[in-house]
Ligand binder design. Structure first.
Ligand code: COA
Length: 177
């Protein structure tokens, strides 16, 4: 019996799945942030909002994301696997309506994980860090928008405990220029 247990322990086991390392982005990460955020925008080419990329999106993206990395009101978190940056999420300390509680909440956006490492808990690891960030700032609510019709996004946010409480509707207006 004892030797059997020992034999079991000694048999080769599958290597443990790598645990993502999550850290805040710094100005040195700008290239990685731009690459992941643009990849996210290109994930939904037919979407009426995210599918309408401006021609100079890469140049504008650098300035915009550099300012976001520097901002004290928000944090961009990056996830690494084996030293490679594979995932991103952004959280912004946002002001609520003066008529409603809470007065401040965390707005979560730009969740993206490289396709080759999806379903390995990268988003879960990013969100665990976002939750710690919220607690440290005394924010007791997170909000986000997700693309309608993306089963992956819907299932991921359901699994991570986000309820649907509002729908964003869009209607085009014909403008004569
Ligand atoms: C959505 C996205 C960020 C999820 O990242 P991920 O690292 O693969 O997610 P995780 O592995 O941490 O999954 C967390 C949970 O979400 C659910 N989930 C994630 N992807 C899923 C899928 N394709 N089908 C069903 N459930 C899924 C699962 O319950 C999963 O837990 P489990 O694997 O233990 O069952 C990733 O698929 C992605 O970048 N998609 C394209 C961009 C996008 O849609 N972003 C969201 C914008 S709102």
């Amino acid at each position: 019996m004892t030797s059997g247990r020992l034999a079991e322990r000694a048999s080769p086991a599958a290597p443990p799945a790598a645990v993502p390392r999550v850290r805040p982005a710094t100005p040195r990460d700008l290239d990685a942030v731009v690459a992941l955020r643009i990849a996210l925008l290109r994930e939904h080419p037919d979407h009426p909002i995210y599918g309408r990329l401006r021609p100079e999106v890469d140049r504008h993206a650098r300035d915009l994301f550099a300012a976001q990395i520097r901002s004290r009101m928000e944090t961009i978190f990056l996830a690494e696997l084996a030293g490679d940056v594979v995932g991103i999420i952004r959280c912004v300390e946002s002001i609520g309506s003066p008529l409603l509680e809470p007065s401040r909440y965390a707005y979560v956006s730009s969740a993206y994980v490289r396709p080759d490492v999806r379903r390995r808990g990268v988003l879960r690891a990013l969100m665990a860090e976002v939750e710690r960030w919220c607690r440290a700032r005394g924010l007791d609510q997170m909000r986000l928008h997700n693309v309608v019709g993306s089963k992956t996004a819907e299932r991921a946010w359901d699994a991570l405990g986000f309820a649907i409480v509002e729908h964003v509707r869009l209607r085009a207006v014909t403008v004569t220029r």
